[in-house]
Design a protein. Structure first.
Length: 341
């Protein structure tokens, strides 16, 4: 793909243009084929561009937005009353084909609602799912969905998530015939609620998917599966718990290295390996959750992301555009449903 345009909600998140603008400039330096449209308050964005000695150019454009979706806005309120917001206008650029993807660190519920209304879901997909790559001990990430977009899901929705997650792992994660599992309270076939049990039956009857059965929470990071499917309630609690534990462990290790002389000497000897471990355990290294199932690409960044983390979200959008993820999901779902008919 020679030209690639990303629309950025420059006002979204806890830090707005002070993070999104320098991350955009860094992305432009990394990807010569990339064009970015910064959507937001012209004055605030302009101040950041001047601070970083940059101006609007052929590869960097600015679209003024009169409104901002706040982190406290309810989804329905944002949908009805934020039609001129940076988030909404960025999504409309994708809808009109003026951009191939949208990246926002803004209100997740509002982004979900606006994306579904503006971009619509792919044929055969009832609800978009929030998914992200998580680290494993094997070095290959595991894709987990849903991470909070849908707190209640029936078995058919979980099946759709499985198809979408498998496509993402295959074309972005480079995992041929990715191993698929359902997150459950036990690995035994008799475990789980009705929705999980029914979803398992559907997946077992779908040979196009490499379904391996149930997986428990303590096996998420072992590399036992390439894709893990669950409802948004379970997924969000799992994700937030994981991030909290990661930060706790990193903090504890740093404190231990600041102890006596022996601990500091050992820390110095292991500095390189510990640095890599810190990076692996840092949730921001995996910043950039995707709203799968839409007729366009939408990547959600952490609300409190720093420049490096927001850049990671932009890079995720670039990769998904290059791999044509929505089109591949559409084709795979059509093929699976045709086989089942």
């Amino acid at each position: 793909m020679s030209d690639l345009t990303i629309a950025l909600d420059a006002m979204g998140g806890d830090h707005g243009p002070s993070i999104t603008v320098p991350a955009a400039l860094q992305a432009l330096a990394l990807y010569p084929q990339l064009k970015i449209i910064l959507v937001g308050d012209r004055i605030a964005i302009g101040e950041q561009l001047r601070r970083h000695h940059s101006t609007e150019s052929r590869r960097l454009q600015l679209l003024h937005a009169e409104q901002v979706v706040s982190m406290s806005d309810r989804p329905l309120h944002a949908l009805r009353n934020r039609r001129k917001s940076s988030m909404r206008l960025a999504l409309e650029l994708v809808q009109r084909g003026e951009a191939q993807a949208c990246v926002s660190a803004g209100n997740t519920g509002a982004l979900m609602a606006m994306s579904k209304v503006v971009l619509k879901t792919l044929p055969g997909i009832d609800r978009p799912a929030l998914t992200s790559a998580l680290p494993t001990t094997t070095g290959h990430p595991v894709y987990m969905l849903d991470l909070g977009a849908n707190v209640v899901c029936d078995s058919e929705t979980l099946f759709q998530f499985a198809v979408m997650g498998s496509v993402l792992a295959e074309c972005v994660g480079n995992r041929p015939r990715p191993r698929l599992a359902l997150l459950n309270v036990g690995s035994e076939e008799i475990k789980g609620n009705d929705q999980v049990q029914q979803a398992a039956q559907i997946l077992q009857a779908t040979p196009q998917l490499n379904y391996r059965g149930f997986i428990e929470g303590d096996s998420i990071f072992t590399g036992a599966a390439d894709v893990i499917v669950c409802d948004g309630f379970v997924g969000n609690v799992t994700l937030k718990t994981t991030e909290g534990i990661a930060r706790l462990l990193v903090q504890q290790m740093r404190q231990a290295m600041e102890g006596n002389l022996l601990a500091r000497a050992l820390g110095w000897l292991l500095k390189g390996r510990l640095k890599r471990l810190f990076q692996q355990m840092n949730p921001d290294q995996y910043n950039g959750a995707t709203l799968l199932g839409l007729r366009g690409i939408v990547v959600k960044s952490h609300g409190n992301a720093d420049q490096a983390a927001f850049l990671r979200a932009i890079e995720e959008a670039v990769l998904e555009v290059q791999r044509q993820v929505p089109g591949r999901i559409k084709s795979r779902l059509e093929s699976v449903l045709l086989d089942k008919s």
